[in-house]
Structures are given as C-alpha cells and as structure tokens.
Ligand binder design. Sequence first.
Ligand SMILES: [Zn+2]
Length: 99
Amino acid sequence: MPNLVAHLIADVVLLAVIYRVKKPANFHWVAWQVFGSNILDIDHFLADPFYDPSRCSLVHPLHSWAVPIYVVFSFYGRFKYFFWAALLHVILDALDCLM
Ligand SMILES: [Zn+2]
C-alpha cells in the first residue's frame, strides 16, 4: 500500500506541474489521464502470486517492454499526459526496486 500512496502523491505533483506549466483548458481530462495511468498495474494479474512485495514490478510487461511505446506517445496525441504519468509510474516502480 505505501507504493500506491507514493503513486498517488506523484500523480498529484505531476498534475500540479502540468497545470503550472501548460495550463490546459481541459484539466479534468488531464487529471483522468494521469490518475488513470495507474491501470498499468493491471499486469499484476499475469503474475503468480498476484502481489508479492519483494518482487520488482519491472518484470511485468506493462512496466518493461511497453516503456518505448510510452516514450514515443508522450510527445503527441490526446493521451500524452497518460503516457507522461505512465513513465513516472515506471520510474517510481524502478526506484522501489532499488530500495
Ligand atoms: Zn506499477
């Protein structure tokens, strides 16, 4: 659970930065994308056991091989903030692996 709290705090910080720098007119849409990026953890359903606190999340497909897709689509498109948040999510999970 502390990991979830860290993700939500990071999402709020990212939203604050986006609002401060970009001032998007459709901020609710941006917030949905940023908080929705936590759907990445759905790939835990592919693992057995579903949740293992000692396992590094970067072994899951949406946390590893999909990262280049996040990088490409973070530059353009209606969902770029989703991919920004997805990259932040993966970075946080990587930091969690180091600890
Ligand atoms: Zn994750």
